[in-house]
Design a protein around this ligand. Structure first.
Ligand SMILES: *Cc1c(COP(=O)(O)O)cnc(C)c1O
Length: 844
C-alpha cells in the first residue's frame, strides 16, 4: 500500500527523542498497531530506488534484485528499530543480553517479510521484474554462524524474544567464514570455505559509534592507592578493536525490532602507530592481520571442545566487547551508581563458551569502575545465568592455566580469587574433605593445570539450566551433583523450543494455510492452540487435504534430492529422514545398520509385506572427527549400492544430502514422514530437529532421550515409535557390561559388512565401523538397541500401510507441538530467570 511521504510520525519520533531526554517520561510502549514504516517509501518505491542507485549493472540479475529487496526491507524496519532502541534505553524493563559464540540464522528475507507482514507487498514489487519471491530468496547466502542445534537455538530464541516483546540483544561474532561448505568426493566429506559475505550482507549496519577496545597479553601489577586500597593494573596489553555490526530482528507483527550485535575484530590505530613510527610499516600491516584473525572463522566442532588458543581469544573478545557495550549503556543512564545494575541487566550464557564473561565483568567493575570485591561479586552473581548443553565429557571446556596466564593474566588473577573464596564455602560445607575440594575446584590440578569453565560458570551464576527435563535431571544427579547439594536453588530446566514462524509458517506455507482454514488464526500467536486440530482427526475431507499438503511437500523434497544427489525418490514411498550433525552418540550408524538389514532382506527375496521407503541422511562431520567422516563415507557407499541395483529399487532408495544447513532443513522437515531421533539414551541434551519435524506432521521413531521424552508425553505413546534402552539402563550397562549378544539379524548385517560388499574397491576401509559395532564396551549401545529398533521400524511400516491412520497420527503430532514453540520456552526464561525476583542472601 502506498504511504504519504511526509506523515505526522516524523514529528512524533522527534517527540519520542525529546521525551527520552526528559527524565522519567515513558515513550509509547505499544507499537502493536503501527505500520512497519509510516513515513518512508513503500516497499516497491524503495525497491526501485535501490535497484536504480545501488547497483552497477543496467540489466539487474536476480542476485542484485535480492540485494535491493533486502535493503528495502531493512529500510522498512529502520523506524521501528530506532524506536525500540530508544524505548529500551529508558530502562522501563530489564535488558537481557544473550551471549553466544554461535547464531545459526540461515536466510533472513523470508522470515523478515513474514514477521513484518510484507510478503504480499514484496510479491507485488517483484511483478515488473518477472522473478518470483522464491527465486529471489534462493540468492541469499545462509548466515551459517553456528554448528548445529546450539547455534540454531540462539537464532530461534532471538525470533521469539522479539515476538513476545522482550528487550533482548543477541551478542555474537561476525565470522568472516561461517560453517564450512560440505561437498562430497567419492563419498568422502570435503570441506570448503563458506564465503557468505562475498556479495556483502545487506542486513547489517556497521556501528562505528559503538566501537570498544579489548585487551590481550601484557602483565598485571598491583599497587596500594592513597586510601590504602589495593588496586590492579593490567599493563602492556595489545588491544584489539571490537566493531559491532548490527542485524535487525523483527518481532512477529508487534512493532518490536531487536538487535543482533555481531563483533568484528580490527587492529587498533595506536597499536599500529608505534611500529609505523619505527619505520616497520609492513610489520604493522601484518599485525593488523593478526588482530583481524580473531573473527576470521567459526570453529567447526559440535559437542566437543577445541583447546585452540584462537578459540579462547574469540571467547574473551566476544565477552569483553559485549560487557563493555552494556556497561556503556548503563553508565550513560545511571552514571557510576551500580546499585541498580542487577535489576536492569541480565546475561544468558549459551553454554560455557562465553563464561569468561564472569571474571571479565569482575575486572571491569573492579579495575575500570572502582567497585570493591564484595560489591562486584554480588552484582556478577546476580546477573549471570548459564545454560548447559551437554553431558558428554569430551565437550566440557577446560583452558590451560598457562594459556590464560599468557593471554589474559588479569583474568587469571580474578579466577584464582573467585576460586579461593568459593573453596572456603566448600570447606565449610564439607569440613576436612580434601577430595571434595579437589573435585570441586575451578582449577583442575595436574601436570598441566586447567580452568574448568563449567564450574566457573556455575559458581558465578544465579541460574544453571539444562535444556530438556531428562537432561536437567541428569545434570543435578551426576555431572553437577556436588554443586546441586550445595546450591539446589540454582538449578532449573528450560526445555528447548523452535520458532513456529520459521519452522512452520515460513517453511510450510501450505500446511499453515490449511491449519488456518481449519481452526482460524489464533495459533499464529499462540502455538498451543494447535490442539484444536485434534477435533479434526475424524474429518475425512480434512485428512485428505492434510495428506495432499504432505504429498506436495514430499515432491519439493524429492526435487531437492534429485538436484543435489541425483537420486530419484518415489513419492508413493515412506520418506524416512535423519539429518543432524554426524556424531557417534546420535547413532547414524544404527540407522545405516537397519538400511543394510533391509537391503539384505531384499537381496534374499524376503520382501513380503515390505513397505517401500526412501531413506535420506544428511549432516556435517567435524573435520577432525575421523569416525564421523567414515560414517558419511559408509552412508554414501551404501546409497550407491542400493540405488544402482534394479532389484532393490522398488523397495528401497537412499540419498546422502550434502551441505545440510538451515535452508535445506526448511525444505526437508515439511516433506518428512518419519523423523529419526535415535541417540543413545542419556546422551542427547534435548534435540530441536525432533521438534521441527513434529511440528510439520512427521512421526518420530526415537529413544527415551532429550526432548523425545516430552514429545512422546505430549502426543501420547500411541503416536510415537519408541525403542531402545532407557538412560538408566545405558548407565547400568556401562558399569557392568558383559559380552554383547548379537541377534541373528545383526550377525547377518555384520557378515555383509565383513564381506566387503560395500567397499569392493577400497578393502578394509570400514573395519573401524565393524570394530565399533562389535566392541564389547560399545558405549553407544548399537548392538543392544538393534533388534528393538528393527521391531519399531516394522511397526512404522505396518502403520504406514494404513494411510488414514498415518495421517491421523500426523495431525496429532502437529496438534501436540505447540509446547515446543520457542515462544513458550522464552516465556519461561523470562518468568523464572530473567525477570525473577531473586531471594536475598543465598549463602554464597
Ligand atoms: C535444527 C537444526 C539442527 C539441530 O538438529 P538436532 O537433530 O537437534 O541435532 C542442526 N542443524 C540445523 C541446520 C538445524 O536446522
Amino acid at each position: 500500500m502506498a504511504k504519504p511521504r511526509e506523515s505526522a510520525l516524523k514529528g512524533e519520533l522527534k517527540n519520542d527523542l525529546k521525551q527520552s531526554l526528559d527524565h522519567g517520561s515513558k515513550p509509547k510502549a505499544d507499537h502493536a498497531l503501527e505500520e512497519p514504516c509510516e513515513d518512508c517509501d513503500s516497499l516497491d518505491v524503495s525497491f526501485e530506488r535501490h535497484l536504480r542507485y545501488d547497483l552497477s549493472r543496467e540489466q539487474s540479475q536476480s542476485g542484485e534484485l535480492f540485494n535491493a529487496m533486502a535493503r528495502s526491507v531493512k529500510e522498512q524496519m529502520f523506524d521501528l528499530w530506532r524506536k525500540t532502541r530508544l524505548a529500551d534505553s529508558q530502562y522501563e524493563t530489564k535488558k537481557v543480553s544473550y551471549l553466544s559464540l554461535e547464531f545459526l540464522l540461515g536466510r533472513t528475507l523470508g522470515n523478515a517479510l513474514l514477521n513484518l507482514d510484507l510478503t504480499e507487498q514484496c510479491k507485488q514489487a517483484l511483478k515488473p521484474h518477472a522473478v518470483s519471491l522464491e527465486e529471489l530468496e534462493s540468492h541469499e547466502h545462509d548466515a551459517g554462524l553456528g554448528n548445529g542445534g546450539l547455534g540454531r537455538l540462539a537464532a530461534c530464541f532471538l525470533d521469539s524474544c522479539a515476538s513476545i516483546d522482550l528487550a533482548v540483544t543477541g551478542y555474537g561474532i561476525r565470522y568472516q567464514y561461517g560453517m564450512f561448505v560440505q561437498k562430497m568426493d567419492n563419498g568422502y566429506q570435503v570441506e570448503g570455505p563458506d564465503l557468505w559475505l562475498r556479495d556483502g550482507n545487506p542486513w547489517e549496519v556497521r556501528m562505528v559509534n559503538r566501537i570498544v577496545s579489548v585487551p590481550f597479553f601484557g602483565s598485571t601489577k598491583s599497587y596500594i592507592d592513597k586510601d590504602g586500597k589495593r588496586n590492579f593494573v593490567w599493563q602492556g596489553t595489545q588491544d584489539v578493536l571490537a566493531v559491532p555490526y548490527d542485524m535487525p530482528i523483527a518481532g512477529y507483527r508487534n512493532g518490536r525490532v531487536n538487535t543482533l550485535r555481531l563483533w568484528r575484530a580490527e587492529a587498533s590505530d595506536d597499536f599500529d602507530l608505534t611500529e609505523f613510527n619505527e619505520g616497520d610499516y609492513t610489520e604493522a600491516v601484518a599485525r593488523k592481520n593478526l588482530a583481524e584473525q580473531i573473527t576470521m572463522v567459526l570453529y567447526p566442532n559440535d559437542s566437543s571442545e577445541n583447546g585452540k588458543e584462537l578459540r579462547l581469544r574469540q571467547q574473551f573478545f566476544l565477552s569483553s566487547a559485549s560487557l563493555q557495550d552494556v556497561l556503556n549503556q548503563y553508565t550513560a543512564k545511571h552514571g557510576k551508581d551500580f546499585s541498580q545494575f542487577s535489576s536492569k541487566h541480565v546475561f544468558q550464557l549459551n553454554d560455557t563458551h562465553p563464561s569468561i564473561a564472569i571474571p571479565e565483568l569482575m575486572r571491569l567493575l573492579l579495575d575500570v569502575h572502582g567497585l570493591d570485591w564484595d560489591k562486584a561479586w554480588d552484582i556478577t552473581r546476580s546477573v549471570m545465568a548459564y545454560t548447559n548443553h551437554t553431558l558428554l565429557p569430551e565437550a566440557l571446556e577446560r583452558w590451560p592455566v598457562r594459556m590464560l596466564q599468557h593471554m589474559l593474566p588479569r583474568i587469571l588473577d580474578i579466577i584464582y580469587e573467585i576460586n579461593g573464596r568459593y573453596l572456603e564455602r566448600v570447606a565449610h560445607r564439607w569440613p576436612g574433605d580434601a577430595n571434595k575440594l579437589r573435585a570441586m575446584s575451578i582449577i583442575e590440578e595436574g601436570d598441566e593445570p586447567q580452568v574448568r569453565m563449567a564450574y566457573l560458570a556455575i559458581v558465578g551464576s544465579f541460574s544453571v539450566n539444562g535444556v530438556a527435563a531428562l537432561h536437567s535431571q541428569l545434570l543435578t544427579s551426576t555431572l553437577f551433583n556436588d554443586f546441586y547439594q550445595m546450591w539446589p536453588q540454582l538449578f532449573n530446566n528450560k526445555t528447548n523450543g523452535v520458532s513456529p514462524r520459521r519452522w512452520l509458517m515460513h517453511a510450510n506455507p501450505d500446511l499453515s494455510t490449511l491449519i488456518t482454514k481449519a481452526i482460524g488464526t489464533s495459533w499464529q500467536r499462540d502455538l498451543t492452540q494447535l490442539t484444536s486440530l485434534n477435533g479434526l482427526t475424524q474429518d475425512k475431507a480434512f485428512i485428505k487435504q492434510w495428506q495432499q499438503v504432505k504429498f506436495d511437500n514430499k515432491a519439493k523434497l524429492a526435487a531437492l534430492v534429485a538436484q543435489e544427489c541425483e537420486v530419484e525418490f518415489d513419492l508413493s514411498m515412506l520418506f524416512d529422514v535423519q539429518v543432524k550433525r554426524i556424531h557417534e552418540y546420535k547413532r547414524q550408524l544404527l540407522n545405516l545398520l537397519h538400511v543394510v538389514h533391509l537391503y539384505g532382506r531384499i537381496l534374499d527375496g524376503d520382501v513380503k509385506d515390505m513397505v517401500p521407503r526412501c531413506v535420506l541422511m544428511g549432516g556435517k562431520a567435524a573435520p577432525g572427527y575421523a569416525m564421523a567422516k567414515l560414517i558419511i563415507k559408509f552412508a554414501n557407499n551404501l546409497a550407491h549400492m542400493i540405488n544402482s541395483d534394479p532389484r532393490v529399487k522398488p523397495y528401497l532408495r537412499m540419498a546422502y544430502l550434502p551441505n545440510y544447513n538451515v535452508s535445506a532443513m526448511e525444505v526437508i522437515c515439511p516433506g518428512t514422514e518419519l523423523s529419526e531421533q535415535i541417540s543413545t539414551a542419556g546422551k542427547e541434551a534435548s534435540g530441536t530437529g525432533n521438534m521441527k519435524f513434529m511440528m510439520n506432521g512427521a512421526l518420530t521413531i526415537g529413544t527415551l532421550d532429550g526432548a523425545n521424552i516430552e514429545i512422546r508425553e505430549q502426543v501420547g505413546p500411541d503416536n510415537f515409535f519408541l525403542f531402545g534402552l532407557s538412560a538408566e539402563q545405558v548407565a547400568q550397562a556401562n558399569d557392568t557390561q558383559e559380552n554383547q549378544i548379537f541377534s541373528p539379524a545383526l550377525l547377518k548385517v555384520i557378515a555383509l559388512l565383513k564381506s566387503g560388499h560395500f567397499n569392493l574397491v577400497e578393502p578394509g576401509i570400514f573395519d573401524p565401523i565393524i570394530a565399533a559395532i562389535e566392541a564389547p564396551k560399545d558405549q553407544w549401545r548399537l548392538a543392544a538397541d538393534f533388534d528393538s529398533y528393527c521391531q519399531a521400524q516394522l511397526q512404522v511400516a505396518n502403520t504406514y500401510l494404513d494411510k488414514e491412520t498415518w495421517q491421523q497420527m500426523s495431525i496429532r503430532n502437529t496438534a501436540a507441538s505447540g509446547r515446543f514453540s520457542s515462544d513458550v520456552t522464552i516465556g519461561q526464561y523470562r518468568d523464572d530467570i530473567w525477570m525473577a525476583k531473586k531471594t536475598a542472601n543465598n549463602n554464597r
